[in-house]
Ligand binder design. Structure first.
Ligand SMILES: [Mn+2]
Length: 348
């Protein structure tokens, strides 16, 4: 596996030098952040990211994300020009040495939580999702914001989008995803880039908007839309694991054996009545079988990218919720340990 770590570019106070001091670090996971969704990234911006990471000895082989414009998800006639721009981004990134592009196909909102600073008994804080809190959230108010969301939406944009999505159920969304993939996957193949869809987080419909990358049946259907190795997955254990019906070890085993996992987001999650809480990465802190997940990867010879996912805020650190340095670094070390142990015992 190739260990990687999210880096939010020049404005991230967590620098490539800090990231490079985490043992076994291979690549940053980054993106061009100053371009509106749907536009082509400048070669200069891509090269600047790459050069900055290289100063710390790190590669830039994973992009998270090249976001998909809503017109593509909605299947509007204007989608073709955004798909053109997307294909150009794949070409430019491939030329710059990028091997894997993470993206998602969630309507309007990215990952959703109901509280970003839930205090645990040990004083750490983390992101949580409680159905009871969700009832009080008003997505159309325009003043909801989460770190993963596109912050450029105005109240009127949201109203319009919700109106437009009334015509898009999960079948239609699947059709629109297929249309997108039939255009971009051949380009990715030519450029030596693997596309890796991130599951919906949480993996169920939210605010009445459909979500389709949620479980085994849906992922099977997704992989068949374009049956190419370049059409693969970012398997996020915490996202899929938020639904207790998903057997995450089984999914990791199945899709890594098929060679369709290009990027692993490894983190734990604790299922609680009516929701879930993000925890430390360690197995005993949450509901997932972390050792079993890594064992499956090692058994299947997984050599793709891995990164620790959201961390807690610990040791008084402040910053972007879920993206502090300390707990994600602990997570990275735990992941290293699990891989070393699994390799040792499976080869013994
Ligand atoms: Mn994730």
């Amino acid at each position: 596996m190739k260990l990687s770590f999210r880096w939010y570019g020049e404005q991230d106070r967590i620098t490539p030098e800090m990231i490079a001091q985490i043992p076994n670090m291979y690549s940053v996971v980054t993106a061009v952040y100053d371009v509106p969704v749907g536009e082509v990234w400048s070669v200069e911006s891509i090269e600047r990211l790459k050069a900055r990471a290289a100063l710390a000895g790190l590669r830039t082989e994973v992009i998270e994300s090249v976001p998909v414009h809503e017109d593509i998800k909605l299947g509007l006639p204007t989608r073709d020009k955004y798909i053109e721009a997307y294909m150009e981004n794949i070409r430019r990134l491939g030329k710059a040495g990028v091997k894997c592009i993470c993206y998602n196909f969630m309507p309007v909102f990215d990952w959703t939580r109901t509280q970003l600073d839930k205090r645990a008994q040990d004083g750490s804080t983390s992101l949580v999702y409680y159905a009871k809190q969700l009832e009080h959230m008003q997505p159309l108010s325009g003043d909801m914001a989460l770190p993963g969301w596109d912050s450029s939406y105005q109240k009127e944009d949201l109203k319009r989008l919700f109106e437009q999505y009334k015509a898009v159920d999960s079948e239609k969304l699947f059709d629109n995803l297929g249309y997108f993939l039939r255009a971009v996957i051949p380009v990715a193949e030519q450029c030596g880039v693997n596309m890796a869809i991130h599951p919906d987080d949480p993996p169920w419909d939210i605010f009445g908007l459909p979500r389709i990358i949620t479980d085994e049946a849906h992922i099977d259907r997704f992989l068949k839309l374009v049956d190419s190795p370049a059409n693969g997955l970012t398997l996020c254990t915490g996202s899929l694991g938020a639904d207790g019906r998903n057997d995450v070890v089984k999914l990791v085993d199945k899709y890594s054996r098929m060679g369709r996992i290009h990027f692993m987001h490894i983190r734990n999650v604790k299922l609680v009545e009516g929701g879930f809480e993000e925890t430390a990465h360690e197995q005993r802190c949450g509901s997932l079988n972390m050792a079993g997940i890594v064992e499956a990867l090692v058994k299947n010879g997984f050599d793709g990218y891995v990164r620790p996912d959201h961390g807690r805020m610990i040791w008084g650190e402040t910053g972007k919720p879920g993206y502090g340095l300390y707990d994600r670094a602990l997570g990275a070390c735990y992941i290293n340990g699990l891989f070393d142990a699994a390799q040792h015992f499976l080869n013994a």
